[in-house]
Write a protein that binds this ligand. Structure first.
Ligand SMILES: Cc1ncc(C[n+]2csc(CCOP(=O)(O)OP(=O)(O)O)c2C)c(N)n1
Length: 551
């Protein structure tokens, strides 16, 4: 008979969980030993829990099934919380296995004793401390089923050491998945009626609605009814590029989102929430839906998104309507002064087909959407929960889920430093990741926010909290120190050459792109650029962008 840990391993593997991003300690040693009992389980060591949880998030977004994490008690789980938060907000399935002291040891308040369940609850919709070896695999099967959803969720199984080492574990198979209902015919018909009634309507697509089949269905509805298509601000996984329906993302800046949504009579949610601003600002609205706009829900996160959209296609008689599709168009090779925009332009110029872009470029990525709009089809994974330090780990997970696809991670220097250890895992696992650090030597976005919140005139101490110049971070040395080849680019030509070389050479590479901050002279420069990156371009900006994109 297997012990608890061995039976758990079998239950995970049989339940489709075949990758474990781990950072273990003593209480997890039986689980670690059991890894070799299941050849199907890939174990990936991460040198910080935030890397393990972010990798599990990225893996699951691309694999469409959960990975496990292996974390060490409350402290280890706590270290991984920020990226579990991102997974939760993105409705991404993750199964955490968190080791705990043996039940007989808990009463002694040993140094690592803490209230793990309390730590877990913040990010997990399912938390259980398994009480016995006999119950363990039933608990694990429930954790996997809950994580799978819909909606995808974070489930945390706490594994006391004696439950793990106890004899008599019995693997458990997952129950057959319950069918996911689409919205009712009546509800869909009501939405179809209002779409045909002639007001100004938009579909707001989120979650699973940003995958190709759902996008095509939504684009048919849009073409047949004149409704606009929006995507949520930070998509979990957006399929885009040449040949796919283009969709305009709601802007991060509430001022711009309000412009996008102005004049709408109906906003129809498809696996998405009604838009709110990221933060509250004095005198500004938090809820961004215009006052006279009615909100309807075509598909909730619990429902069948594609099924509901297909019902709507039928109800508006759009089955034979051709969806608008993005034409192939790439920007020319960038030249001249090196800026973050040139990095984005180079990405648009060189992006290989079927790539996965992980976008944590922050202010430096303002032009990324526009520059890659007509590139070969690709997936974009974004910072769903706003907790930075997600980009490099997410790239690890995406590359493990899709070993045949190139992964390009664009990360701000500030963001990169949170989970820089991800580079070591990239090297150890020989992942095809090109990491571009947009090294503007600042927390530049916070300079914007400092102005937007209307704080008092910033003095040197305040400005010092947003400045990363001294000492300058040397990402080339850090990367090489973790086994990832790296170069620094300080000119546009150097960057383009480095990106070309990195994309054609297997294995991980890092490019330290030393760029000026994209937001100096904030009001004059940032807002027009963000506006320009939106699909509904005002004419002069549209012309300017087209000039930039012209080969
Ligand atoms: C976990 C977490 N800590 C802190 C923040 C606050 N924060 C938001 S953006 C940012 C700085 C980002 O800097 P960088 O990645 O260099 O991008 P830039 O703003 O310079 O474009 C910080 C600290 C956050 N969002 N999440």
């Amino acid at each position: 008979m297997p012990n608890g840990a061995q039976a758990l391993m079998r239950t995970l593997v049989d339940g489709g969980v075949t990758v474990c991003f781990s950072n273990p300690g003593t209480s997890e040693m039986h689980f670690v030993a059991a890894l070799d009992s299941a050849p199907e389980m890939r174990a990936v060591l991460c040198l910080f829990e935030g890397v393990a949880t972010g990798a599990a998030d990225g893996y699951s977004r691309m694999a469409g099934k959960p990975a496990a994490t292996l974390l060490h008690l409350g402290c280890g789980l706590g270290n991984g919380l920020a990226n579990l938060h991102n997974a939760r907000k993105g409705r991404v399935p993750v199964v955490n296995i968190v080791g705990d002291h043996a039940t007989s040891h808990v009463g002694y308040d040993a140094p690592l004793q803490s209230d793990i369940e309390t730590v877990a609850r913040n990010v997990s919709s399912w938390v259980r401390t398994s009480q016995s070896t006999a119950a363990l695999c039933r608990d694990a099967a429930e954790a996997i089923t809950t994580a799978l959803g819909p909606p995808g969720q974070v489930a945390t199984l706490i594994l006391p050491a004696d439950v793990s080492w106890g004899e008599g574990g019995v693997p458990v198979q997952l129950p057959p998945a319950a069918p996911t209902p689409s919205n009712t015919d009546e509800a869909v018909a009501a939405i179809a009626r209002l779409l045909r009634a002639g007001g100004r309507s938009a579909l707001l697509l989120g979650g699973r609605a940003l995958r190709e089949p759902a996008l095509v269905a939504a684009a048919r509805v849009a073409a047949a009814t004149g409704a606009k298509l929006f995507a949520e601000v930070f998509p979990t996984r957006l399929e885009r590029g040449a040949g796919l329906p283009p969709v305009e993302r709601i802007a991060y800046l509430a001022e711009l989102a309000s412009v996008q949504l102005a004049g709408l009579d109906h906003l129809i949610l498809v696996d998405a929430k009604a838009p709110v601003s990221f933060f509250a600002y004095p005198g500004k609205k938090s809820y961004l839906v215009p006052d006279n706009c009615a909100v309807h829900e075509l598909a909730s996160p619990q429902q069948d998104v594609l099924g509901s959209l297909e019902k709507l296609v039928h109800a508006v008689d759009a089955g034979a309507t051709a969806p608008a599709l993005q034409a192939p168009v790439r920007p020319g090779r960038p030249t001249g002064k090196f800026t973050a925009d040139k990095v984005c332009k180079a990405v648009g110029h060189l992006l290989p087909g079927n790539a996965i872009i992980v976008d944590e470029a922050q202010t430096s990525g303002v032009m990324l959407s526009a520059m890659t709009a007509g590139a070969p089809r690709h997936d974009v994974l974004t910072l769903t929960g706003g907790a930075i330090g997600q980009g490099l780990p997410c790239a690890v997970g995406a590359a493990i889920a899709c070993p045949d696809r190139p992964v390009l991670a664009l990360v701000g220097d500030g963001s990169a430093m949170y989970t820089i250890q991800a580079l070591w895992t990239m090297a150890r696992e020989k992942l095809n990741v090109v990491a571009v650090v947009l090294n503007n030597r600042a927390y530049a976005i916070l300079n914007v926010e400092l102005q937007r919140v209307g704080a008092a005139e910033a003095g040197p101490k305040a400005k010092g909290q947003l400045d990363l110049q001294d000492p300058a971070l040397d990402f080339v040395q850090m990367s090489r120190g973790m086994g990832v080849s790296a170069v620094r680019a300080t000119t546009t030509d150097e960057f383009v050459a480095a990106l070309e070389a990195a994309l054609r050479t297997p294995g991980p590479h890092l490019i330290d792109a030393v760029v000026p901050s994209a937001i100096s002279g904030l009001k004059l420069r940032l807002l027009p650029r963000v506006l320009a990156s939106l699909a509904g371009l005002p004419a002069p900006l549209g012309r300017a962008i087209k000039r930039k994109l012209a080969p």
